[in-house]
Design a protein around this ligand. Structure first.
Ligand code: PMV
Length: 328
């Protein structure tokens, strides 16, 4: 059996705009997906996923090689676990040349699903890493990130940037602009997450922004303005200016709201964080529901969020310096 883990991430700046070639800066956090893989002789793929979400939702199921679940589980969880794992295993077969290889794959994750913390990227990165190593092949982080990106892109009908998968594979703060992915120096950031217990549909949200951008010039301008914020954010990160980073996160959230991807619960949590004295707060990821990210070195934001209606969970997240981890 071979085991790997990979971290989730928050977007400090730039989600959605990154889809149109603007830069984005995600940052890996110490919330991980862990994947254990064991080769099977019969060429089948079996996926076991337990406790895939923070909100106590536990699911256990198996899936056959053609992706059919062998018990009745919600469609979204079948999609989340089996499609991504199927795609990851396809990449593993391609890169290793072991076309007929089958696996038992067990996933554990403390990253809520579809909530803007990069759960699918973390599962895919860890699964590809563990399964290739199970076959005796160790991929460099850049190749691992690329294979994981191809998986996400395929499952999400071509609507994926390289941001999540690169960040999860390499760890730390990263900058992604089109195909260009690199690591960034980042100060120690006092990251606080608020989670509304829900999830957004990334595909639908991305399609919504695309339609808005085609219909209204303001939306195209907003996407460009987010790119400007990201460039300012990079300077603030390089200078270690946490207050300025927070201020720019506030601007970024406003522009994401203008693009229609926030929600009442995300806005409520963002304002609760700001009222509690956070340097800044914004939604993270596709939006529609899920998580916000705030910067606050004190306990105030966490405390305020824990009393905020609609906030199901709040926690502090350390920056994950390491991306994929190869476990014993
Ligand atoms: O919600 P997440 O973690 O899947 O992030 C989506 C980020 C988008 O920019 C909206 C899409 C993408 O692939 O970059």
């Amino acid at each position: 059996m071979t085991r790997s883990s990979a971290p989730g991430k928050v977007y400090l700046f730039g989600e959605h705009a990154v889809v149109y070639g603007e830069p984005a800066v995600p940052c890996a956090i110490e919330r991980r997906a862990r994947v254990a893989v064991e080769r099977r002789d019969d060429g089948h793929l079996r996926v076991n996923a337990e406790d895939l979400s923070l909100n106590g939702f536990t699911v256990e199921y198996g899936a056959t090689a053609d992706g059919r679940p062998d018990v009745d589980v919600p469609e979204s969880l079948v999609t989340a676990a089996t499609q991504y794992v199927d795609g990851a295993i396809e990449q593993v077969r391609e890169v290793t040349g072991a076309d007929e290889a089958g696996f038992d794959v067990t996933i554990e994750s403390d990253i809520p699903l579809g909530a803007g913390l990069g759960s699918s990227a973390a599962v895919v990165v860890a699964a590809i890493d563990a399964a290739t190593r199970e076959l005796g092949v160790t991929l460099e982080p850049a190749e691992l990130a690329d294979r994981a990106y191809r998986t996400e892109s395929q499952v999400q009908d071509g609507q994926a940037s390289r941001a999540d998968t690169f960040c999860s594979a390499t760890g730390g703060a990263v900058r992604v602009e089109g195909e260009d992915c690199r690591s960034l120096e980042a100060p120690d950031l006092p990251i606080v997450i608020g989670f509304d217990g829900g999830a957004g549909d990334t595909g639908q949200l991305v399609a919504g922004v695309r339609a808005l951008r085609e219909e209204y010039d303001f939306a195209a301008d907003t996407v460009e303005a987010i790119g400007d914020i990201v460039r300012n954010g990079e300077d603030a990160l390089a200078e270690g200016d946490v207050e300025e980073i927070g201020r720019l996160m506030d601007f970024n959230h406003g522009l994401l709201s203008a693009l229609g991807v926030s929600s009442r619960s995300l806005d409520t949590m963002v304002w609760a964080a700001r009222d509690a004295g956070a340097h800044g707060a914004k939604l993270t990821g596709a939006g529609g529901g899920g998580c916000i990210v705030a910067l606050d070195p004190t306990e105030e934001t966490e405390t305020a969020l824990s009393f905020t209606p609609g906030c199901e969970d709040t926690f502090r997240a350390e920056l994950a310096e390491e991306g994929v981890q190869r476990l014993e």
